[in-house]
Ligand binder design. Sequence first.
Ligand code: P5A
Length: 447
Amino acid sequence: MRLSRYFLPVLKETPAEAQIVSHRYMLRAGMIKQASAGIYSWLPLGFKILRKIENIIHEEQARAGHIAMLMPTIQSADLWRESGRYDAYGAEMLRITDRHERDMLFTPTAEELITDIFRANVSSYKDLPLTLYQIQWKFRDEIRPRFGVMRGREFYMKDGYNFDLTKEDALHAYNRHLVSYLRTYERMGLQAIPMRADSGPIGGDDTHEFLVLAETGESEVFYDSEITDLKFGDREIDYSSRAQCQAVLEEFTSRYARTDETHDEALFNQIPEERRRVARGIEVGQIFYFGTKYSEPMGATVTDAEGNKVPVHMGSHGIGVSRLLGAIIEASHDDKGIIWPEGVTPFHAGIVNLKQGDAEADAACEALYASLTALGLEPLYDDTTERAGAKFATMDLIGLPWRITVGPRGLKNGVVELTSRRTGESEELPPEAAVAKIAAIYGVAKA
Ligand code: P5A
């Protein structure tokens, strides 16, 4: 992408309404624009990152054997009356009446709708296990929408639902989700710690929230510091193996880690004092096992091997996709702007031309642009006639992890400058070597 052709409305001033760094940078970097309270338009840069995050989630869900689909945002109230949640959900539910005076609603979550799809189509235990998921917009009429995409009213969520014959099978699904979520967040450069939590309006006793530690987080968290040493890394996991998934669950949940909703001071005090931590966290996901809470009232049953009709055991699993952008920025920024982890960066590298219009500099930038593109990478080429300082400030603000700076002085010696956004370190090297280095970082083969 050439910056002169892109739509990147960066703001020089810090918007007054933004109280936390991620919200400020998302507005300043031209990623989002508020449409009304807690509702945002996703401008091209923000949309690009949203898509990257979504793709990682799809890849990891496919790896775990879960199946993607899409349900509508507007649902009929009748289904929610069947489960008993229509009244129970309260003021957070956006209720709509259509022209026929029928009660509709904008989906805050989709347990009812997916259970309806299941009961209409599945009747035998032979079709189990089944896990379906979607990535779709949700609406919750939050009393205090704030911090930009962190607590929106409209927000983008991955929501998955498992259907199993027995509680044991459903707990395996729970564990599978825990494993796949650990992998998913790590690919985004995040450490998200599973913590025992409260199930709220979704229901059930078994639930973990995934929290990213950050001072600006809305949840108070209590944990054993040993937990932050745990990394999932690049270990291979066989998702069909109960033992393997269970072992990961035990490894990542055996130490004390709870949100304020379930915190137990007496248990916490059993941890050696030097390892006790009280901090704040951003909830980026939550998994639930709630058994037959929906299948029983809604009649989602299958016939088992003995011919008995039994309600299926279910759970649901959510990732706050739009919130993740804020969480990643909270975890990865400095006073100049965002620092995107390589896994989610909107462009793989920036190219800054220090002397636009200089034939040699222009040609060198075009050649770099072509080489990176040929590798399947997406560079962002600042081909504008702005001053060098302004170009650097924009690149720092939007947070591309690598920048190649091209100027007539370097080119006389056959070199360009490659700079890491994270460390600020620069090195001079021939353009081909800069391309090779970027190719290696992103694991793409140089043609
Ligand atoms: C699980 C999927 C559920 O709704 N039903 C289907 C279950 N869980 S949840 O914890 O309530 O939400 C899942 C994740 O969505 C994010 N989230 C939000 N993000 C931005 N703004 C909001 N107002 C908001 N509410 C929830 C969180 O990351 C949460 O973990």
